[in-house]
Ligand binder design. Structure first.
Ligand code: NDP
Length: 330
């Protein structure tokens, strides 16, 4: 049974040396437990934070202990009355091919209602983050302009589509022409800007948002966000979801001091962690499922094959190698 441990804490961009593969004996389960076979593993930018020792909203991973992330698994042996062999579950689990659980934090998922991998994306943490961050903090109103960074990724591609459903003009920022093509052709964004080939982002955003920016859903931080914040309207809302552009920085990144912009334009800028809104998860999943069934929402996945590829798939997030949700199929 293969297991992936945190070998060392990454300095700067993670490398495969930061991870260690070991083999352990196949576990034997006790009364009340289930044996789980890993089917799909979610790799997410936030795991980078847990690999460092800095204090955060979740404890850091421990060295020489298994890394964990969102996993879809199949029950292959059960001594727990709540689960039967063949059930599919979603949970935060270890990066192991097979593992034991007491069943407590396992959520059953229905492979007939949606493809299993969707429960790691649009019907999982990603969809919840997009929906709740946008509606609870962004509070979009029809006719407003929404800018989304990291727009072709898992969260961003859903944020933009929800913005369109709610009647906004939506502008996406992503790192390749191909991603921008997908944003406008598949996800219905009104405009998309390639931040890697655009020299003057401030002007490019001003051109794409002639009425200014009312909501900025920020997934990336850094220079890109500086350029968007230079274009915000009075009473703009800025849900700060993530800052992937600075996750691998070893020094404190510098940028313009934005306090005067915040004051002058009375802007609300609020960071959040999706678990802040746990009480709203059921209603959010219901809404996302309805939109999905109605064909108003769609999603894409970048599926990488093989347990051994999990670390590389994670590293590739920082190279923008994914379109939509990055998932490893075991
Ligand atoms: P994505 O699917 O968006 O994957 C990451 C993407 O980030 C890449 O595809 C790449 O796209 C972009 N990227 C990588 N490096 C940089 C860089 N230096 N500058 C700008 N863009 C970069 O990941 P997720 O959708 O899972 O996560 C998006 C953000 O949301 C992250 O910041 C994550 O931490 C955050 N998040 C926050 C949650 C919360 O509760 N607050 C929950 C879930 C996610 P490109 O080719 O366009 O550069």
């Amino acid at each position: 049974n293969k297991v992936i441990l945190l070998n060392k804490r990454p300095v700067g961009k993670p490398t495969t040396d930061d991870f260690k593969f070991i083999e352990e004996e196949n576990p034997i389960i006790q009364e009340g437990q289930v044996l789980l076979k890993t089917l799909y593993v979610s790799v997410d930018p936030y795991l980078r934070g847990r690999m460092s020792s800095a204090k955060s909203y979740v404890a850091p991973f421990e060295l020489n202990k298994p890394i964990q992330s969102g996993v879809i698994a199949e029950v292959i042996v059960s001594k727990n009355l709540d689960f039967k062999v063949g059930d599919f579950v979603s949970a935060r689990l270890d990066w192991k091919e097979v593992q034991v659980s007491d069943g407590k934090h396992l959520l059953k998922v229905d492979g007939n209602a949606a493809p299993l991998s969707a429960y790691l994306g649009i019907l999982g943490m990603t969809g919840l983050t997009a929906y709740l961050g946008l509606t609870e903090i962004g509070k979009p109103k029809a006719g407003e302009t929404l800018v989304v960074s990291g727009a072709a990724g898992a969260v961003g591609s859903i944020v933009g589509q929800i913005g369109k459903i709610l009647g906004c003009r939506v502008i996406g920022l992503a790192g390749s022409d191909e991603k921008n093509r997908i944003l406008t052709s598949k996800f219905g964004f009104d405009a998309a800007i390639n931040y890697k080939t655009t020299t003057d982002m401030k002007t490019a955003i001003a051109n794409a948002a002639p009425n200014g920016v009312d909501i900025y859903f920020d997934n990336v931080g850094g220079d890109i966000s500086d350029a968007v914040l230079a274009n915000v309207n009075q009473l703009a809302r800025v849900p700060v979801c993530g800052a992937i552009s600075v996750y691998n920085e070893t020094e404190v990144p510098m940028g313009p001091r934005i306090q005067t912009t915040l004051v002058k334009s009375s802007i609300l800028m609020q960071g959040f962690v999706v678990s802040n809104y746990a009480a709203k998860f059921p209603e959010a999943i219901k809404q996302l499922t309805t939109w999905l069934q109605e064909g108003k929402l769609t999603y894409i996945e970048t599926i990488v094959n093989g347990f051994d590829q999990i670390p590389q798939a994670f590293i590739d997030l920082f190279e923008g190698k994914n379109e939509g949700k990055m998932i490893v199929k075991i």
